[in-house]
Design a protein around this ligand. Structure first.
Ligand SMILES: [Zn+2]
Ligand SMILES: [Zn+2]
Length: 336
């Protein structure tokens, strides 16, 4: 984080004290140094999990996939996935609810373990996505690469993950000043690399202890670590790519976001992406009890325990007012 702040030309912003003297307000930044960091992150956190997944399949000839591997993969996916959707997305980016210092710290750590970028960078990129959705400036729109099959395929590949190799960096002083001012959170965010490492170490230890062997430790690392990162990354990236191209729409909105309700459980609620664009302040992405949204279930559970409050769920009247009447014959189909 300190590296990025230096590169972003905001070294005068002291994340330890929260004091910020006038910082440049260019919305995005670009420099060879920033692009080197982006390339490094792409190789370490995006390419290595792909290689790790291939290695995990090869390692099956040495060590079978058992209940331990399944348990590690599922539990680490769930924990880090909730860290991303409830922590990074619904709490830190959109402030859809308020919570205690302890809960926000745990969510920041779990979100970091997912390996999808440091918290402040993730938030800044995502706020810019909402500001420029499917227009020039959107870091990952699938709809800006031209028409025809070729343009659509190029757009999908770009929005799914190729954009991460090199991109304009949103100025965190502009897009995430609230997070930079929060000393405790900023401290957690700066240790991003260590949290990712911890997320690899835990399944390695569990695998090693359960099987009491080095092969068990390697198997734990592969399935609970690298495969888990690979799976969650592609789930979240599919929201950026496929759900800005395919799916259903219910509301009148200027961007091309879509709902993919059938994937509600797998994406922990993120696949209600069109609902989310229509009501970004809402902690509920499903907007109704019958639309599966595990991220919101966690927030409701926290609220029931007194650990979350000020849930900004829009009223049914407000939701109804934004809804496009079906008789209007939207080209994109009915809401699901
Ligand atoms: Zn969002
Ligand atoms: Zn979007």
């Amino acid at each position: 984080m300190a590296d990025i702040q230096r590169a972003a030309g905001i070294s005068n912003l002291d994340a330890d004290t929260g004091d910020a003297r006038p910082a440049p307000r260019r919305k995005t930044l670009s420099s060879p140094y920033l692009h080197r960091l982006q390339r490094r992150h792409f190789l370490l956190f995006d390419i290595i999990p792909i290689l790790g997944t291939i290695a995990a399949l090869g390692f099956l000839t040495v060590h079978p996939f058992g209940f331990t591997e399944l348990g590690l993969l599922a539990s680490m996916w769930l924990l880090t996935g909730l860290g991303v959707t409830v922590g990074y997305h619904r709490l830190f980016t959109h402030r859809t609810f308020r919570t205690t210092r302890g809960v926000s710290s745990v969510l920041a750590v779990l979100g970091s373990m997912a390996g999808q970028g440091g918290m402040v960078s993730w938030v800044a990129l995502h706020r810019r996505h909402h500001e420029c959705s499917d227009r020039a400036g959107d870091p990952h729109s699938p709809n800006l690469a031209g028409g025809g099959l070729r343009g659509r395929l190029r757009g999908l590949a770009h929005s799914h993950f190729l954009w991460m190799r090199r991109h304009e960096y949103p100025n965190i002083a502009h897009y995430a000043p609230d997070l930079l001012r929060d000393r405790a959170l900023a401290r957690i965010g700066r240790r991003y690399d260590y949290w990712v490492l911890l997320g690899l170490l835990i399944p390695t230890l569990v695998g090693g202890l359960v099987y009491w062997s080095w092969a068990g430790a390697v198997s734990g690392l592969l399935w609970g670590g690298l495969v888990r990162i690979f799976v969650l990354e592609h789930i979240i990236w599919s929201i950026n790519s496929f759900l800005h191209m395919f799916g259903t729409r219910a509301f009148d909105s200027r961007e091309n976001s879509r709902n993919g309700g059938v994937f509600g459980l797998l994406t922990l609620g993120e696949s209600w992406h069109h609902n989310h664009h229509a009501f970004p302040e809402s902690p509920s992405f499903g907007l109704a009890w019958y639309r599966l949204d595990p991220g919101y279930w966690l927030i409701r559970t926290l609220a029931a325990c007194g650990l979350a409050w000020d849930l900004k769920v829009p009223s049914t009247e407000r939701i109804a007012a934004r809804r496009v009447p079906r008789t209007a014959g939207t080209a994109t189909g009915p809401a699901t």
